[in-house]
Design a protein around this ligand. Structure first.
Ligand SMILES: [Zn+2]
Length: 399
């Protein structure tokens, strides 16, 4: 046996770890931590390859997580198709969750102060690096935009940087939350749900969104559907959903909309606005959420809102081009209050755990948002399914 200095270092570390009560074995389903990890690396456009890497050393502040599942996001689909962030080769997947199998001796609690132990289920949010001012309870309410997140990092020597993998190394300085009290499907949905919890928080700053408000939600993809669920858990019941697909509108009803409008049944914006008004029993909306990435949809939505009403625009995760509005008719004369919403803050992340429990509590079928599940080996198929706009949320789920 060839014992060189790095072997000795590893053996000494293992002995010290076991003396500290941190043994190398995990409580994962098969007991042992394997010697290698598998990562779905995007190595070219529309091409993931499953790469095998040595299991990294877990530093004093690090957490090794066995990945259970990860949602496929629109951002992943854009990277897969065009690599707009120039990240290739990259380990994608930022909507992931899994079980702690090993942690460094300095790791005691999560970002909310909850104890962390081997076997706990966790999710990560942003990674603090250059901005120590972003904290859990900061008053600036800074959102995650621009911060580093696992699944959108440049590749490095460790490689375990994304959740499309069987193991991920969560390094010191990352935010991590103990979500052991949520089931796997709920945990996979945390990240997209946080976007809507944040949007509704932004909407509330207008003072217009109230318990008995009439609210229109335009766009019934995952974002719009979750928006309806968040509103519903807040006690807002007068919700009209607008979309072009009857299947999605039927789902919007399951998620809590009490009326729906298919824009394909209305020729022109005046007729469509009348359709929305009819759905509210002869009133325009007090508040609107714009959840599509379509510039025309943005232009249209002002026509659904009453004088003095409010709008939250959250549909443009990427640049979808310019939208035309008439400032006189759409904003000034109606005195519309508009807020934009972008990703979420750490605080919203924690609120999302409560939202998911409450949504289930009132019987909303949140887990039905995950329409497709693929094993890691079929990640290319999963992304193709996402690009075809089939289904709603697509997830990679490990055995
Ligand atoms: Zn995402």
């Amino acid at each position: 046996m060839d014992i060189n200095s790095s072997n000795i270092e590893q053996i000494v570390r293992q002995v010290l770890d076991s003396m500290n009560g941190k043994t190398v074995q995990s409580s994962s389903s098969n007991g042992e931590i394997p010697k290698t990890a598998h990562v779905a690396m995007l190595t070219g456009l529309e091409k993931f390859e499953i790469k095998e890497y040595p299991m990294p050393t877990v530093g004093d502040d690090d957490i090794l997580v066995r990945v259970e599942g990860c949602g496929v996001c629109g951002t992943d689909a854009h990277e897969f198709k065009r690599d707009p962030f120039s990240l290739i080769p990259v380990a994608l997947g930022h909507e992931g969750t899994g079980e702690i199998v090993k942690m460094g001796k300095n790791v005691k609690v999560d970002s909310a102060g909850k104890p962390l132990n081997i076997g706990d289920k966790v999710v990560t949010c942003m990674i603090f690096k250059d901005n120590p001012d972003i904290t859990m309870f900061d008053l600036n309410k800074q959102n995650v935009g621009g911060a580093d997140v696992y699944g959108l990092l440049p590749d490095d020597d460790i490689h375990l940087n994304g959740w499309f993998s069987d193991y991920i190394l969560v390094r010191g300085g990352s935010t991590v939350f103990n979500v052991s009290d949520l089931d796997l499907d709920s945990r996979i949905l945390i990240e997209p749900c946080a976007v809507l919890v944040h949007a509704v928080e932004r909407a509330k700053t207008t003072g217009i969104l109230r318990f008995n408000s009439r609210v229109v939600v335009q766009g019934c993809g995952p974002i719009g559907l979750i928006c309806i669920a968040v509103l519903r858990t807040m006690g807002i019941e007068n919700i009209v959903a607008v979309d072009g697909e009857d299947k999605r509108l039927a789902f919007a009803k399951e998620m809590g909309a009490n009326a729906v409008v298919n824009f394909k049944n209305h020729k022109g914006i005046e007729a469509l606005a009348d359709g929305v008004k009819d759905a509210f029993g002869g009133y325009l909306a007090d508040f609107a959420f714009q959840c599509t990435g379509s510039p025309v949809a943005h232009s249209n939505i002002y026509k659904f809102i009453r004088n003095g009403g409010g709008l939250c625009e959250l549909g443009f995760f990427i640049n979808g081009g310019d939208a035309t509005i008439n400032p006189h008719f759409d904003i000034c004369s109606k005195e519309i209050t508009t807020v934009g919403s972008w990703v979420y803050t750490l605080r919203d992340y924690a609120t999302t755990f409560d939202f998911l429990k409450r949504a289930k509590g009132i019987g909303l079928p949140i887990e039905k948002l995950i329409t497709h599940k693929y094993p890691l080996e079929q990640i290319n198929e999963a992304l193709v399914t996402n690009l075809k706009m089939e289904g709603l949320k697509i997830a990679i789920v490990n055995k």
